[in-house]
Design a protein around this ligand. Structure first.
Ligand code: MGD
Ligand code: MGD
Ligand code: SF4
Ligand code: MO
Length: 738
């Protein structure tokens, strides 16, 4: 039995672990950690190790599918599918204009660096501005806040050298997403704590990360803005900020000080329900402990409670007034490898326009922003008749029916489309409504590189690879015999050729990042003559890399390159400043202070607050039906404190109804003593279609059903309240008034 083992890259999450993949008789049979990888040293997680089951999943699509008039699906050749889809798109564009075609890029764009970029180039090629991503239903406040605050061109403080770190509503030991470097976060945290770092975690749940914290604030959910304003208040009051750094680099300090003045420790403690001395302890530990190095990062938990932009802005303000950025002469924490070189400098990049420009939606006055188009409003754009109505949607590696807010509205919208195309490895909830489902190749069947993991540092601080690390691997396993699978970027190339388009492929999204590169983006013309392999396309994308791709490729187990990058002195004529006094943000903060918060805390109708949390074994909806990952529990329980359960007469495993002001869903309740008594938690992106609710023990519960898109939402990004959702819970089948 021929068996070979190859270095590979798991790209299920942004950590991009270097792995060893074993192929037996042409099938992927094992994925394990790679002890020879200098960055990961053998580390993987359960998801990466399940890559063989993911590739060999019997439910995986091996051929694209087309929906027949009776609603059933038939296999269709990929060439034929591209012929038909190209013709349908041309027809729609001719009749209704390019804006009638929209694209949505979900989380599974990440593993395939060329796919999102070619999709984006295609949209520019047909001149449609309707390019949406999951980012605006994730944490768009990160880019909005950076635009309002500006960037520090010296980059982040190194976690490995910091003495204190604050994490707000993020659980990186599970999500690997932010704060603690995601490349084996558990080990990174252990080493830091052994070295003496004090971790401060703000989370209504004693999460895996909170359990390791020196200070854990367990507040009411949704009060993170209040808490951060309170911490800034204490720091300014005690003069623990960094006046020299502020003097040289910061504008708006007095405005910030005035805006936080009303957030006294007593007020914050009362409002957020945290002990006042713990709040003081958090502020003191962060601001004064050790060598005073360390940053503040927030995650989805804190971002989903309506004030995401302000929340992220206050994280930057707190970091900045304490001078917690890498300074001249210090090592560059995240030097580029496959990205072009840049010179880190100890100086600000000034704020820039972050929202209110570009394409305007026809609903809720929303516009394009630095975080992209407002995805939570796309269903309304599809449903709203009239000029500009969206008639076709192409989804790449995303699952609107599982992950978008307001599942019922999403379903009405997707069903009303004239053309819905998904590129998905299975008949996902969204694929089940699609006219065409394009079956793509999977991770180990395509070449891979770490550029995506490196790139995310430009999206927000606290992410990216904290070393000049790079890895590139060729295809490891052939697609299954007899299959007809296509790489996603080639699908867009196929449409381009059929539609006679001329595209301009750009090697990375401009966004915040483009402005820090020393070389302009690589721009490639793509047209009917284009004839490229994926390797050749990657080579073009990396043609301006700091470390040449061939050099990276010659280290198949990945390499930490000897890049000796040090933050340079500021330019002598630099007069730019970081802004901690942005008017939009401080107005919002004043409005938060003026709120009658007792109204929101009233528990008479809705006694619980539902918060989000991530599952160790799945990324969103991916893999939730796979026995290797769900291990006999294919649903997402409603986690509840045991005392709260006892109060309702509930036992773990009982069926419950969860009701928000918007809708009701059925779920299985499970005791979780790590929660506050007044908080319940759920993983999102589970569940079936709305008419399949009875199957919640088989496929779980859709949280998006409880979330309206048009009552409580951020006016800049459209992000609705996806956390701190007021709910009541009762035994399933009973009705209750709470
Ligand atoms: N209520 C609530 N809503 C939320 C959130 C929340 O916490 N609570 N979280 C939000 C966040 S942070 C995000 S990022 C979004 C996620 O929103 P989406 O990205 O739209 O949702 P996913 O479930 O990640 O969709 C992934 C899809 O990719 C498919 N897939 C798996 N592997 C591959 C592959 O190799 N290739 C391709 N082409 N497809 C593949 C899966 O089958 C699945 O259909 O949801 C948001 N919505
Ligand atoms: N294993 C795994 N990893 C993932 C994903 C996954 O689904 N599974 N998804 C990926 C994606 S798309 C994303 S965006 C990232 C998200 O990464 P994170 O943002 O780190 O998400 P979580 O791990 O859910 O951590 C959020 C934490 O916020 C807490 N929380 C909830 N509400 C509040 C609140 O109001 N205030 C505060 N302070 N805390 C609150 C929750 O208890 C939870 O511990 O993870 C990525 N990585
Ligand atoms: S941490 Fe992320 S990249 Fe690493 S093995 Fe797990 S899912 Fe894959
Ligand atoms: Mo996300």
């Amino acid at each position: 039995m021929p068996q070979t083992t190859h270095p590979g890259i798991c790209r299920i999450c942004s950590a991009h672990c270097g792995v060893l993949a074993t192929v037996t008789d042409g099938r992927l049979t094992k994925v394990a950690g790679d002890p020879d990888n200098p960055m990961f040293k053998g580390y993987t997680c359960i998801k990466g190790r399940a890559l063989p089951e993911i590739h060999n999943n019997p439910d995986r699509l091996l051929h694209s599918r087309k929906r027949l008039p009776d609603g059933t699906y038939t296999a269709i050749g990929s060439e034929q599918a591209m012929d038909e889809i190209a013709a349908a798109l041309q027809e729609l564009i001719a009749q209704h204009g390019p804006r009638s075609v929209a694209m949505y890029l979900g989380t599974n764009g990440l593993p395939y660096p060329a796919s999102a970029l070619m999709g984006n180039a295609f949209m520019r090629g047909i001149e449609s501005p309707m390019f949406f991503t999951a980012n605006t239903i994730d944490q768009p406040g990160k880019q909005i806040a950076l635009a309002a605050h500006g960037h520090w061109l010296g980059g982040d403080v190194d976690f490995h050298e910091a003495d204190s770190w604050m994490l707000v509503g993020t659980n990186p030991l599970v999500s690997k997403a932010i704060g603690i470097p995601g490349q084996n976060p558990s080990q990174n945290l252990r080493a830091a704590i052994e070295r003496g770092m004090k971790l401060i975690v703000i989370d209504p749940r004693r999460s895996q990360t909170a359990a390791r914290a020196a200070v854990h604030l367990q507040p009411r959910p949704g009060e993170d803005v209040t808490i951060l304003a309170g911490i800034i208040h204490i720091i300014i009051d005690r003069q623990w900020h960094d006046p020299a750094f502020i003097d040289e680099n910061v504008a708006g300090f007095d405005d910030l000080a005035r805006a936080v003045a009303g957030f006294t420790p007593a007020y914050v403690a009362q409002r957020a329900d945290v002990p006042e001395d713990q709040l003081r302890d958090a502020a003191e530990t962060f601001a004064t402990y050790g060598t005073k190095r360390g940053m503040v990062n927030a995650g989805t938990g804190a971002n989903f409670a309506l004030h995401g932009n302000l929340l992220e802005y206050l994280c930057l303000c707190l970091t900045t007034i304490c001078g917690r950025w890498q300074r001249a002469g210090e090592r560059v924490t995240r030097p580029n490898t496959l990205m072009p070189a840049f010179t880190a400098k100890a100086q600000p990049h000034p704020p820039y326009e972050g929202w209110g420009y570009g394409e305007r939606l026809r609903v809720r006055g929303l516009t394009d922003t630095v975080a992209g188009m407002p995805t939570a409003a796309l269903a309304d754009e599809i449903l709203l008749e009239g000029d500009g109505q969206v008639k076709a949607l192409i989804c790449i590696g995303g699952n609107p029916m599982a992950a978008w807010p307001d599942q019922r509205k999403t379903k009405r919208a997707l069903e009303s489309l004239e053309l819905l195309v998904t590129l998905d490895t299975e008949m996902s909830l969204t694929s089940q409504l699609a006219d065409y489902v394009i079956a793509p190749m999977m991770q180990m069947e395509t070449p891979a590189m770490t550029m995506g993991s490196e790139l995310i540092k430009y999206y927000t601080s606290g992410t990216g690879i904290p070393a000049a690390y790079g890895q590139y691997v060729p295809r490891i396993v052939e697609p299954p015999a007899g299959s007809d699978l296509i790489e996603e970027w080639r699908f867009f190339l196929g449409l381009t050729k059929r539609m006679g388009l001329e595209l301009w492929f750009v090697n990375f999204f401009g966004g915040g990042g483009g402005r820090f590169m020393e070389s302009p983006p690589v721009v490639l013309p793509i047209n009917a003559e284009t004839d490229l392999t994926t390797e050749e396309l990657f080579a073009q994308m990396c043609s301006t890399s700091r470390i040449p791709l061939d050099e990276v490729r010659s280290h198949p187990h990945g390499k930490i390159f000897d890049v000796d990058a040090v933050v340079q002195e500021r330019d002598p004529d630099c007069a730019d400043r970081l802004d901690v006094g942005n008017t939009h943000m401080l107005d919002e903060l004043n409005a938060v202070r003026a709120e009658n918060y007792a109204l929101r805390q009233d528990v008479s109708e809705f006694p619980f607050r539902l918060i989000p949390r991530r599952h160790q074994n799945f990324i969103n909806s991916s893999g939730t039906a796979l026995p290797a990952l769900h291990r006999g529990k294919p649903f997402n329980p409603l986690y509840m404190h045991p005392e709260a359960m006892a109060g309702l007469g509930l036992q773990s495993g009982a069926a419950v109804s969860v009701t928000s002001g918007h809708d009701t869903v059925a779920a299985v309740v499970e005791a979780d003593p790590t929660l506050r008594r007044d908080v319940v938690a759920m993983h999102h992106a589970f569940g079936g279609l709305p008419e399949e609710d009875a199957g919640f023990r088989e496929h779980g519960t859709n949280v998006g059903r409880l979330v309206p898109t048009d009552t409580e939402y951020d006016p800049v990004t459209g992000l609705p309240r996806q956390g701190d959702i007021a709910v009541r819970v009762c035994a399933h089948g009973e009705t209750s008034t709470g």
